[in-house]
Design a protein around this ligand. Structure first.
Ligand code: SF4
Ligand code: SF4
Length: 168
């Protein structure tokens, strides 16, 4: 049976860590890898089809939770914009000394700019720390789901899942 979103409306880190799409701490320490925070057994598999490394396995039935083969993931991020549930994030724990990077889908305008200082938010949308935008990607293949990457203090890497929206 799948884990269900609890009364808080989002899953705790502890709950997510037991999901089959969440990488191990050892893998996170090695460099860029996705965290697939998909915990509902729904008929969906674009993430599996998007991964050229075959690092995401759903198989049959299509309601299986996505399983991450963490050693195959090269951290390309191609799967992030293909997920309709916006449940895939890319974490680079050893990005810089003391700083990690986190990439996430961001479908708001205006898009942030590279170098911009931002407030990073957790899964509940609560600000947790300051960050700097290091990449904004919006090629055609993203199908209008831009991917934003921010650098944040390393200790917040598994918490940060977005940024506060910029004012127009
Ligand atoms: S980041 Fe790239 S290699 Fe890793 S699961 Fe996604 S598409 Fe596959
Ligand atoms: S595409 Fe997203 S919502 Fe669909 S199974 Fe994959 S991670 Fe879950």
């Amino acid at each position: 049976m799948s884990q269900r979103v609890n009364s808080r409306g989002y899953l705790s880190q502890q709950e997510l860590h037991s999901a089959p799409g969440y990488p191990s701490h050892e893998r996170l320490e090695k460099g860029p890898v996705v965290a697939i925070e998909c915990i509902e057994e729904i008929p969906c598999n674009p993430c599996e089809q998007a991964c050229p490394q075959h690092a995401i396995i759903i198989g049959k039935p299509i309601t299986n939770l996505p399983h991450l083969d963490e050693d195959k993931c090269i951290g390309c991020g191609l799967c992030i914009p293909q997920c309709p549930g916006q449940a895939i994030f890319l974490i680079d724990l050893p990005y810089l000394q003391g700083a990690a990077s986190v990439a996430f889908p961001y479908e708001y305008l205006p898009l942030p700019k590279e170098g911009q200082k931002v407030r990073a938010v957790n899964r509940a949308g609560e600000p947790v720390c300051s960050g700097t935008v290091i990449k904004v990607q919006n090629p055609k293949r993203n199908k209008q789901t831009p991917v934003v990457t921010v650098a944040v203090p390393r200790k917040y890497a598994t918490e940060v899942r977005g940024i506060l929206r910029s004012r127009r």
